[in-house]
Ligand binder design. Sequence first.
Ligand code: HEC
Ligand code: CU
Length: 354
Amino acid sequence: MRGWMGKFRSLILFGALTLFLSGCGVENMTALKPEGYGANLLFDLMMISIAIMLFVFIIVMAIYTFVLIRYRQKKGQEDYIPKQTEGNKALEMIWTVIPIILLLVLAVPTVQATFDLADTGAKNDEDAITIEVTGNQYWWHFNYKGQEITTSQDLYIPTGERVYLDLKSSDVIHSFWVPSIAGKMDTNPGENVNSMYLEAFEEGVYWGQCAELCGPSHSLMDFKVIAVSPEEFDQWVKDMQNVDPEAEPKTASAKEGQELFNNNCMSCHAIGSGGAGIAPNLTNFGNRTMIAGILEPTKENLVNWIVNPDEIKPGNQMPANLVSEEEASKIADYLLQLKHSEVTPDSAGDNNQK
Ligand code: HEC
Ligand SMILES: [Cu+2]
């Protein structure tokens, strides 16, 4: 029993781990299934490097195996020392030139892609969509430049068009990453604004993550990019520009909730455009994919969040116990009916992995 199991123990462990880990992740958050221009470029680069590595590996292993078999010590040759060769011009030329060629094959598309991905020159064009992205511990703020639209956590973009992002941070360094659509880019505190673009091919809800360790709740700093058709996007823009922040809710409980919200929460939060940017803008909150980026949008989760956000996202900046659980329940009724647009995550169609 011990025999072969012992010999192959590390191999079995490694294989099991590979199988186990390859099961991790969500389909709409992977660089291996590109759904956007940037992600596609990066995927091709990965494939080129893997192909080159495989090529080198196979050739080296073939030579290795050949030498091992062909030149092994044979019976009766125990004292035989083969002819010693020192220096061989042809061979040395070959193993210098081949790696140079391989590196060139890798370098040319890499440099090309680097410049392509950095090309955000068109962001100041009149009809370009440019969004100011601010990373905060532990949430994302999106301000559509010149459009008077402010959102958080859910970023709506049209398909088939380049949308430019100006990235910064209000506190520490974060990193904006939607693996299915584009590469990642740091958000820095201060004046150092980074720019990138998103171009989604297909409608869908794509998962994003902060990719720079930024504090105890870093792993909970999720967001979504919701790519909808250009027509739906125009509709969304129109809806978001015509929000009446004071609109009266229909139910009595939500009405009470509105008042409680205005009295207890508006010092940080905003509904409608603008807001101080110190807390997520809650416009269109009833259409969110998630609460705080991570919780299913149920009333129970929302009440739990309002009463004790620190239990859900340790170290976040929203104070606990601002209101009682009963009051929180009314506020939840109010917030969940804030549906300011007909365009919702469901508009993104089947490619939706909520
Ligand atoms: C001192 C400022 C402050 C006050 C007051 C405040 N919040 Fe917050 N709130 C925040 C911050 C900061 C976050 C972001 C937390 C995070 O995700 O890291 C937040 C997040 C939220 C979220 C999740 C938002 C999203 O984008 O999904 C909801 C809902 C919310 N707050 C509701 C309330 C309610 C209801 C009240 C009043 C009872 C309230 N907040 C009072 C600062 C505040
Ligand atoms: Cu982070």
